[in-house]
Ligand binder design. Sequence first.
Ligand code: NDP
Length: 284
Amino acid sequence: MNAADSPRLSPPDRYGVVGHPIAHSKSPFIHAQFAAATGQHMVYERYDIAPEDFVLRLREFFDQGGCGLNVTLPHKEAAARFADRLTPRARLAGAVNTLRRCSDGAIEGDNTDGAGLLADLQRLQVQLTGASVVILGAGGATRGILAPLLQQHPASVYIANRSAQRALQLVQDFAAEAPVHCRLRGGGFEQIPAGPADLVLHATSLGLEGKVPAVPSNLFGSATLAYDLGYGITDTPFTLAARAQGAGRVAQGLGMLIEQAAEAFWIWRGIRPDTTSIRHELQA
Ligand code: NDP
């Protein structure tokens, strides 16, 4: 191949992450590492876009040749409305965290949060079959993880949310996904069934303000894994609080973040990057 044919002379394919705020996002670092490790000619940038500008700015991005976007809070449900079509798992979630421009020009919405969480729980050797699971929060992230979790046949899933009505809506929307022997229920934080639970997933955005939801003191026990979808380098406000309240094991969502990014990278580039080395790098 001569120099004129080299794909390196063409502009890199453009990707990015859109949120509001977005400065804290580690996704640009993760995707840059994936691209370097797999030899992909691409760039990945942060886009801080307010809800009122979401549709216009996304149209611009894709009209100008952008190939794909990750979507984070508060835009996941708006992204599901923006997409021309949805994958089955995104349709089920009603929330999109990955947008891709397809060869026919259509924008496809997908949701990789559930796959990312399950991959990380597998790494942590969590037994989901027969487990009692409590999810704190009923926003876009919960919508994304709920169906994949139910498919693992837990004994029960309770969704607790500040606005109980939103949790009850999720119970209704996902009732058909619950296996026969799984009790899927929802309500306010104060109605969480007596614990301890096997797995408590924290999926509110309170951590961004350094806060945690107030939950019954018996929710955590020595066999409980308290998993924060929010992430930091080490502990988060939730993992600290859960440990102080008796959780035997805690984990935060850095692993899920990396795994959902790997799934998005696969959707965009058709290559599954290794996630182990980048997790060690980020933790270091
Ligand atoms: P949403 O904005 O869609 O939902 C926010 C949730 O937080 C709602 O349940 C909301 O309750 C609750 N909440 C907000 N403020 C308060 C408050 N003051 N008191 C009690 N509850 C509150 O966010 P997402 O679902 O998209 O994200 C939730 C978290 O999950 C974020 O921290 C996000 O970073 C993290 N996440 C991590 C991922 C990872 O890969 N590690 C992937 C996806 C998300 P209400 O309905 O009552 O407003």
